[in-house]
Design a protein around this ligand. Structure first.
Ligand code: ATP
Ligand code: MG
Length: 389
């Protein structure tokens, strides 16, 4: 019989979120994430979700690895089914968990019995299996209070299952349960991390990237698409809206005081992102801004950039040290791609002395002679949508 995957749900005390919609969303996300690994049956019983391969062609181990990145999963384990018989269960434990048992010093057996017709109680079965394992492994001693290793046995309707303790899952909330946001993705370290963090709170994402060809190279765009692809391990399939940004930057260089160039440019990024958000039903914008990291990330600058849009701007890494952001980037696998040396549109025409504390009045004065709506519209009309998965 094929192994199955047992899943423990995350954040069981769900304030304001209904448990049923949590389970439904998670099941749908699991289905979508597993389609490349074969056909699986996914269902939930008593706060555990079960993922069962429908046939032998399924790649259960591949599916298990993929599920480690799915938000809403607190823990997961691989379980091996066997006949509902005490000696079959014992043999399966030895075969499936033997390596781990031979390395441990203390252990216990914990049994759950959904099938009440099984001839032994949970305690009797735990004692039977535990006693014989104790005899079989010289290194092992039973410790029911603080064991190094726990053998789990579940007796269910059609089979018994054995598994080890659950491994930690990705945590968070199922993607999509908290609506949709547009995330501004550059080629840097911070914005992939901020995208990951908001997705973890159950938010589906659309990505926006501002591209300044020929000032930035096609490789710079490929790098961003690769970052988005890496994020799909957590978010599922993504759309990257690649916005042609060169015309706006050239116009701003011509007509904008140099020290306000960056802040005015960032206001255009926000306006265009908000237009994208309207079209895809997103209710917030996400950036990788971090307080004090660069000139455009002072509180005054954030007020002036955030103030140009109605949608809330989520900045999940705003209070983090670079080192903390880097740690997450490494954990989620985006760091090595982020540090590849490609230029970003923000580094094109960078002023020598950007204004650290811009006021709204001076920025609005700088923008007064621009045809903002037409510039935004032209950029939106030129968007190229790239699907990544
Ligand atoms: P990152 O490491 O994410 O590039 P950063 O520290 O380089 O951030 P900035 O370049 O000032 O900071 O950008 C701040 C935020 O603005 C980014 O985190 C990202 O959300 C957004 N941003 C910057 N450049 C782009 C771009 N070319 N396309 C889309 N979003 C961008
Ligand atoms: Mg950047």
């Amino acid at each position: 019989m094929n192994e199955i995957i047992l899943i423990k749900l995350g954040e069981l005390v769900l304030k304001g979120l209904n448990r049923r919609s949590f389970e439904d969303k998670l099941q749908a996300n699991i289905h979508r994430r597993l389609h490349t690994f074969g056909q699986f049956r996914v269902y939930t019983r008593q706060s555990a979700t079960y993922v069962e391969p429908k046939d032998d062609s399924c790649d259960v181990l591949g599916a298990y690895e993929a599920l480690k990145n799915v938000f809403g999963i607190a823990g997961l384990s691989l379980a091996r089914p066997c006949e509902k018989d005490k000696d079959a269960i014992l043999a399966t434990v030895k075969e499936f968990l033997g390596d781990q048992l031979s390395r441990a010093h203390t252990f216990k057996v914990e049994t759950k019995r959904a099938d009440k017709t099984f001839p032994m109680t949970s305690i009797q079965l735990s004692q039977y299996v535990g006693g014989l394992l104790d005899d079989a492994y010289e290194n092992l001693q039973v410790d029911v209070h603080n064991p190094e290793f726990t053998v789990h046995v579940e007796v269910r309707d059609y089979a018994a299952y054995v598994h080890a303790d659950a491994e930690p899952g990705a945590g968070g909330l199922p993607v999509g349960i908290n609506g949709r946001a547009v995330s501004l993705l550059s080629g840097g370290i911070d914005s992939p991390v901020s995208s990951y963090m908001i997705a973890k709170r159950g938010v589906a994402l659309d990505m926006v990237h501002f591209f300044s060809y020929p000032y930035t190279s096609p490789e710079a765009k490929d790098k961003v698409l690769e970052l988005a692809r890496l994020l799909t391990a957590y978010t599922g399939r993504l759309t990257v809206h690649v916005v042609p940004f060169t015309a706006i930057q050239e116009e701003l260089r011509r007509s904008c005081p140099e020290e306000l160039f960056t802040i005015v440019m960032r206001r255009f990024m926000m306006r265009i992102s908000q237009e994208v958000a309207k079209r895809c039903g997103a209710k917030a914008l996400v950036t990788g801004e971090c307080l004090g990291q660069v000139a455009s990330q002072t509180m005054e600058a954030m007020m002036v950039t955030g103030g140009v849009v109605e949608l809330p701007v989520l900045r999940p890494v705003v209070g983090m040290d670079k080192e903390e952001i880097v740690q997450i980037a490494r954990k989620i696998g985006t760091y090595d791609t982020s540090i590849l040396p490609y230029e970003d549109c923000c580094t094109v025409f960078t002023p020598r002395h950007p204004r650290l504390r811009p006021t709204l009045a001076e920025v609005e004065r700088a923008e007064a002679k621009l045809d903002i709506d037409a510039m935004v519209q032209a950029a939106v009309d030129g968007i190229e949508r790239v699907q990544v998965q």
